[in-house]
Design a binder for this molecule. Structure first.
Ligand code: ADP
Ligand code: MG
Length: 331
């Protein structure tokens, strides 16, 4: 009898404790990969939440070490340094990232291309450019661009850039990849929910501490402070490429920091592109690609891809969307 009472009592205590323990949302904002990252987790208490966030940060730093082109010791820098010289053996992780990048180039007809990077000295979007580059400079760089030129050897896991001066860069996919990896790590550690937001390229899992869906606001193109519409992001991701942060103006025309690898010139004609899909790596890369492809070609491609949607704002501030997007609340 007493034993049964104790059993019931402890069962009651467990249930009560379980109900009384409410999850909390813990958030940290910091600079990683040269961008502002905001990491939010839903955890049983603050301490656990901060530990989880630290784990995510270490993972993002690890990815940065692998893919950064300016860190001389990174595998990516080694590939670039050995362009035209010899193949470089890399980790399986970097090898598959390059393979996936090439696949995205194929889907986007070369609008997304990690070999765009030989142009990164020709165009600078930090305000330091004083003249428009010459046609010769651009032609010279274009000759080194082309994802088809990358030589991959899956057996030896080597990457070879055959032309001297050829270069790869993960500027349009790296933040997304890092956010996916951070999420993957936290999910594997049973963190029940969260959001990894890399300057607007974000991925979510679970629900908010109050049970609600994670939502993203699409800015009103005429007033960036105002949200035009809210869209739920459930167990999925969104990334945005825009021309309002990094751009140059020449002859009163605004050029985004996204380059058309086929012409060697920065793109114009779009204000922002947001892509919705399961993984933020794909969203990140496709947002850049659609920016290059332009409204019609871009939307046409997105409408053919399963599980991928897009919201585009053109340079006349008109909003266009792919077939699966439904705006819930207009303002
Ligand atoms: P943001 O960094 O603002 O999120 P994106 O994800 O669109 O913007 O990435 C733009 C960056 O990607 C550029 O700064 C450059 O490093 C690189 N990049 C530019 N054009 C291309 C391209 N056509 N294909 C692949 N990478 C590109
Ligand atoms: Mg991108």
């Amino acid at each position: 009898m007493t034993q049964r009472f104790i059993l019931l009592y402890s069962l009651f205590l467990t249930l009560f404790w379980g109900m009384a323990q409410t999850d909390v949302s813990v958030k940290r904002t910091l600079k990683l990969m040269g961008s502002r990252f905001e990491i939010t987790v839903v955890a049983p208490n603050e301490d656990i939440g901060y530990i989880n966030i630290d784990e995510a940060i270490s993972e993002i730093k690890r990815v940065e070490k692998l893919i950064s082109s300016w860190d001389e010791n990174s595998q990516t820098a080694q590939i670039n340094k050995n362009a035209g010289i010899r193949p470089v053996q890399v980790s399986g992780e970097l090898f598959s990232l390059i393979e996936r990048s090439i696949r995205i180039s194929e889907i986007t007809d070369g609008a997304f291309d990690i070999t765009y990077a030989s142009l990164d000295k020709v165009w600078q979007f930090d305000g330091s450019m004083t003249r428009f580059p010459s046609t010769a400079e651009i032609q010279n760089s274009i000759a080194k661009i082309g994802y088809q030129k990358i030589v991959l050897n899956p057996n030896k896991q080597t990457v070879f850039l055959p032309k001297p001066g050829m270069k790869i860069g993960f500027g349009a996919i790296g933040k997304g990849y890092a956010a996916d990896k951070a999420k993957e790590l936290l999910v594997s550690k049973q963190v029940k929910a969260g959001i990894i937001n890399a300057s607007g390229d974000l991925t979510t899992w679970g629900t908010k501490a109050d049970g609600g869906n994670w939502m993203v606001g699409i800015s009103n193109p005429l007033n960036r402070e105002k949200v035009f519409s809210w869209l739920p992001v459930v167990e999925s991701s969104v990334a945005t490429s825009g021309n309002y942060e990094k751009y140059i103006v020449f002859n009163e025309k605004k050029y985004a920091h996204i380059i058309d690898p086929r012409t060697g010139y920065p793109t114009s004609g779009m204000s922002s592109v947001s892509i919705f899909a399961k993984r933020v790596e794909l969203c990140d890369a496709l947002a850049t690609a659609v920016f290059v492809m332009g409204r019609d070609t871009g939307l046409h491609m997105i409408n053919q891809l399963d599980g991928v949607e897009a919201v585009i704002v053109d340079d006349e501030n008109k909003i266009h969307k792919s077939t699966g997007i439904v705006f819930e609340k207009n303002q």
